[in-house]
Design a protein around this ligand. Structure first.
Ligand SMILES: *Cc1c(COP(=O)(O)O)cnc(C)c1O
Length: 493
């Protein structure tokens, strides 16, 4: 299996090289040349553990990893860092099945991929005889940062630098990042939003002069963002796992279609679901849920992607994104895997902030349904589900729950549906608790944590206990145009 750049048909690399590089030469993303079919039948998958399922899925994409290498990566990733043996349990509330993807070390779904990425990367470096230290450069809307820091802290031969929007993350997200231990970790708040952080990071990746200086000092960049194929492939696993477990529990018949609803920002998680569908998994609709930054909803409705609009800070900050990077992988595909055509559209995005796809391309988006949730709707659904069932969901998952109801109303589709539950409510405690009752707004963050425990009857996760009293270790704040000089300073170049 080889990987091609979405912007240059001639750039082809192996899986391990794609993981090492993160981003292709001219800002393109690596995509697999074909999507492999699942080899193991669902009856067999139904009896497999998460780790076994991960191997069956990932081996089809990461074909230059040996069985031993891949199994080692999986074993070291999906272990007691997760607080449940199931790794990704399903919970039914009202008429949807919530796939809880937040049982890892940093209590958001980013752990699903970022607990394995460091192992994949180190293995890839060894295979390709890389001598440089690898510098993981990452922009975060709040959750990737901590999950990547936790994954790479004190990993030999790596350094990790994380940029987050200083005023664009939840207090708990910020505290999680700035208390990170590890001599190789660096955390920087920027006076800007996530898109600016992501653009700044992408610019450094494609800066040839900087690459030379890095090389001379024995460094090379890689990425922990979902532009790295090493993030996407592990994310396909839990859709396969969820389907098999739905069959095993008798919630669906083997072969019956299942819809998925994904609260979406950078389009990585839902793209993984799309890949799973293309592997032959009986997924029906891919329901893309946005918050008030509804650029994707508009895109699916009109065929025009237009980021020229106000950037809104919402209670689901990990989805406050106007440039959904991974959409490029879908655009490339519906353009007939045409790098030239894709590059034209991406150039238009860069220069005019927008592009429009052809009717022919739009025709291929039929499996997707897009909608969005307002802030008021998001808060209301948290309260409704709590009042009716006692189950408490976080704000991102709530956006998906709202959109699922809109989808049902629009289509009358009754297919069984799995909602990707992307964060623990403990990560967004204030928004969640005030959605249930405004009276909580007067209490400090960590008191709300204890109140949430009383209401939800779910024990406070270790990730939260760890930061209650932890000292702040990272205090750097910079302007958007200072990102590169900050990186150089950290690296001493
Ligand atoms: C990152 C994140 C999302 C968005 O996922 P994408 O893959 O960027 O679309 C949604 N919810 C939470 C909690 C996240 O951390």
């Amino acid at each position: 299996m080889l990987y091609s750049s979405t912007r240059n048909a001639d750039e082809k690399v192996t899986a391990s090289q794609a993981i090492l590089k993160g981003l292709a030469e001219n800002g393109g993303l690596f995509v697999p040349d074909s999507i492999p079919s699942l080899e193991v039948p669902v009856e067999k998958l139904a009896d497999m553990s998460y780790q076994e399922t991960a191997y069956e899925v990932m081996k089809l994409f990461l074909t230059d990893f040996t069985e031993e290498e891949l199994k080692n990566c999986i074993k070291n990733a999906y272990d007691s860092k997760f607080d449940t043996e199931e790794i990704a349990p399903l919970v039914k509330a009202q008429d949807a099945y919530y796939l809880e993807l937040f049982h890892g070390a940093t209590i958001a779904f980013k752990d699903m991929a970022l607990s394995i990425l460091p192992h994949l990367l180190i293995t890839a470096a060894r295979k390709n005889e890389v001598k440089n230290d690898i510098v993981i450069l990452t922009a975060t809307s709040g959750d990737t940062g901590k999950a990547a820091l936790a994954g790479f802290a004190d990993v030999k031969g790596t350094k990790i630098i994380v940029f987050y929007p200083k005023d664009g993350v939840s207090p708990i997200q910020q505290k999680q990042m700035v208390t990170q231990k590890g001599d190789n970790t660096f955390v920087v708040g920027i006076n800007g939003n996530f898109d600016q952080a992501q653009t700044g990071v992408k610019q450094m990746f494609s800066d040839k002069a900087l690459a030379k200086e890095m090389e001379a000092a024995g460094y090379q960049f890689s990425s922990a963002n979902s532009i790295n194929i090493g993030r996407l492939v592990p994310q396909i696993v839990y859709y396969v796992y969820a389907y098999a477990k739905m069959v095993k529990a008798g919630n669906i018949q083997n072969g019956e279609t299942m819809n998925v609803v994904v609260p979406t920002g950078n389009f990585g998680n839902i793209l993984a679901a799309f890949y799973a569908k293309n592997m032959g998994l009986p997924i029906g609709k891919l329901i893309c849920a946005s918050n008030e930054n509804k650029v994707l909803y508009d895109f699916f409705t009109t065929g025009e992607y237009d980021k020229n609009r106000d950037f809104i800070l919402t209670s689901s900050p990990s989805m406050d994104i106007l440039i959904s990077s991974n959409l490029e992988r879908l655009i490339y595909r519906i353009a007939g895997n045409d790098a030239k055509k894709n590059q034209e559209l991406m150039k238009s995005l860069q220069e005019n902030g927008k592009y429009e796809i052809t009717a022919e391309m739009k025709e291929q988006l039929k499996d997707f349904y897009g909608n969005y949730a307002s802030e008021a709707e998001t808060a209301a659904i948290i309260k409704e589900i709590y009042d009716e069932t006692g189950y408490i969901i976080d704000t991102h998952t709530a956006v998906a729950a709202v959109v699922y109801k809109k989808y049902q109303k629009d289509t009358k589709d009754v297919a069984k549906t799995v909602i990707a539950s992307t964060a623990s409510p403990y990560k967004f405690t204030r928004s969640v608790m005030t959605a249930i009752d405004e009276k909580y707004d007067s209490q400090p963050d960590f008191e709300l944590v204890d109140e949430l425990e009383k209401l939800s009857k779910v024990k406070v996760p270790q990730a939260i206990e760890d930061i209650r009293t932890a000292p702040v270790l990272h205090k750097t704040v910079c302007e958007v145009n200072e990102m590169q000089s900050v990186v150089k300073k950290f690296l001493g170049i």
